[in-house]
Design a protein around this ligand. Structure first.
Ligand code: COA
Length: 266
């Protein structure tokens, strides 16, 4: 980078767009189009290099796993409600994305941070089952003692999250099975042993958190993966609302009630 460029206030090392050429991390977008998948170019953009075939397949599987989960989650409800109020598709999709917090989608970031903090310096060590189990025990004991909710565990509907089961299979087939994935699974085993009544599975967010950690991604990108994938789901949800429903949706009377003080005089 020239000295002049380095002194400019707005700088990026991701994409250059000059003289009619768009280069993503140095690769001409013209050559990426038609030759690389969306997941491959996402990896290139976020990590700076073209992924291996297995990394590309793994990332693609992650995106597919959280593309949509129906009309009921907070993001779908928010997106459709904002559209129903008479707003544009982009405002409605943005509203859906704004719901992504610690309990929904955003759990990937917190969960990946926890895995990466606990395994700091040991990422590449070949930890044995007993060593992983010990770390998992410490994490679960601390959660139980201090009544902490561990991001990446538990689910409103599932006692075994079907997406987790499939993602773990895919990860295994693609040779991802490092310390992070082992730890994530060991924590769920510990919960099952110590709090069987709570039935806290490793959910899709926790599973993605472990896989992206094994793939070498910074935990701060965690929510980003969910946003990339779920944006498509939310566009679909909002478009369907647009095509099927009349504006100004409101809750049906049987779905809400007033339970405050009765009428009173001033
Ligand atoms: C997803 C979630 C909101 C579902 O909650 P829920 O099924 O309604 O469970 P509840 O809030 O009724 O909690 C039931 C019990 O399990 C415990 N619990 C639930 N999730 C827990 C977690 N992740 N870690 C530790 N304990 C948990 C609660 O503390 C509660 O314990 P108690 O009965 O002793 O009070 C919840 O599991 C959670 O907050 N998970 C972490 C965030 C996350 O991973 N979100 C992504 C979802 S895909």
């Amino acid at each position: 980078m020239s000295e002049t460029n380095s002194q400019k206030e707005w700088r990026t090392a991701i994409t250059s767009n000059q003289d009619g050429k768009i280069l993503i991390r140095g690769y001409n977008l013209d050559n990426l189009i038609g030759n690389k998948s969306y997941a491959e170019v996402c990896f290139l953009l976020l990590r700076g290099e073209i992924p291996t075939a297995n990394e590309a397949k793994m990332l693609d599987a992650i995106f597919v796993s959280c593309i949509d989960a129906g009309i009921a989650p907070p993001s779908s409800i928010a997106a459709r409600t904002v559209f129903s109020g008479g707003n544009s598709l982009n405002a409605a999709v943005a509203a859906g994305i704004l719901t992504l917090g610690d309990a929904h989608g955003g759990a990937i970031e917190k969960s990946a941070k926890m895995f990466q903090d606990y395994l700091k310096g040991k990422e590449k060590e070949n930890l044995n089952e007993a060593e992983i189990k010990k770390i998992a025990q410490d994490i679960v004991d601390d959660a139980i003692k201090n009544k902490k909710r561990l991001a990446g565990y538990g689910h409103k509907l599932h006692t075994v999250d079907p997406r987790t089961k499939r993602l773990l299979e895919v990860a295994k087939n693609l040779n991802f099975g490092g310390n992070f994935i082992k730890l994530a699974v060991a924590i769920a085993d510990e919960f099952r042993a110590k709090k069987p009544e709570q039935k806290l599975p490793l959910n899709v967010d926790g599973c993605i958190a472990a896989i992206i950690s094994d793939m070498g991604f910074d935990y701060r990108l965690g929510k980003g993966f969910f946003i990339i994938a779920r944006s498509c789901g939310l566009v679909g949800q909002v478009f369907e609302e647009w095509m099927r429903e009349k504006p100004f949706r409101r809750l049906a009377p049987n779905l809400h009630e007033y339970d405050g003080v009765p009428e009173r005089s001033l």
